[in-house]
Design a protein around this ligand. Structure first.
Ligand code: URA
Length: 242
């Protein structure tokens, strides 16, 4: 079952099926057409409740954020185009199915995005993964590219762009700009994140309407320090530091 150690598992007892109580998506009505959320089920809300709690220690934060990341990656793959593919089964019958049309790669926005790489690898064996480091330029206060390394044939791949928190959208927009400079068409980028702020989504989707955004949850907004509210605090701190 999903919970092998019910006594020690913060998920136990398993909540009965019920509609998610989250209201936040209504604040973004209507959602940009390029935005897709995970089904807002009670189970998903329970996972988010664990990772949002300040009482949750690193081990559980890792475990439950990984579960959400896995769901997000699977949803991202649902948006890749497929072509007809016919196979023969061991019974001798043919099966008219589909296969993915193109190849993919992941690109993580450092450092928090790196936490999503393992989830992508679990689902896509031996997937190529690039990295991009964007930080605030102290002089201009604008997001600046500090480092990038991409598969050399990235221009011919679909790119799953990974960053867990979409706050103002500044780094994500810079990352898309850099990907496009490297020859990746906008419509071949799928941006995957755990939690997004409405203002970040509006900024991002306004600038790059053809990038599909897969987000697990849309929160209320940002505080004066650009943290997502209610959010979960600093994702990198929660994930890498106790
Ligand atoms: N990055 C984080 O880690 N948390 C936020 O709330 C916003 C950006």
């Amino acid at each position: 079952s999903a919970c092998s150690e019910p006594r020690r598992d913060p998920m136990a007892p398993v909540p009965p099926p019920q509609p998610a109580t989250n209201q936040s998506t209504s604040q973004m009505d209507p959602l940009p057409q390029s935005v897709f959320t995970l089904p807002q089920t009670a189970q998903l809300e329970a996972l988010y409740t664990i990772i949002r709690s300040k009482e949750t220690r690193r081990g559980d934060f890792l475990f439950y954020s990984d579960r959400i990341i896995r769901l997000l990656v699977e949803e991202g793959l649902n948006h890749l185009p497929v072509v007809k593919k016919v196979v023969e089964t061991p019974t001798g019958a043919t099966y008219e199915g589909v296969g993915f049309e193109g190849r993919i790669c992941g690109v993580s926005i450092l450092r928090a995005g790196e936490a999503m790489e393992a989830g992508l690898r679990e689902v896509c064996r031996s997937v190529r993964i690039g990295k991009i480091l964007i930080q605030r330029d102290e002089e201009t206060a604008l997001p600046k590219l500090f480092y990038s390394k991409f598969p050399q044939d990235i221009a011919s791949r679909y790119v799953l762009l990974l960053d867990p928190m979409l706050a103002t959208g500044g780094s994500a927009m810079k990352a898309v700009e850099v990907l496009m400079e490297n020859g990746v068409p906008e419509e071949r980028i799928i941006f995957i994140n755990l939690i997004s702020a409405p203002e970040g989504l509006r900024n991002f989707c306004g600038k790059y309407p053809q990038v599909k955004v897969i987000t697990g949850w849309i929160d209320e907004g940002l505080n004066e320090k650009a943290y997502i509210i209610p959010g979960l605090g600093d994702f990198g701190e929660r994930r890498y530091c106790e």
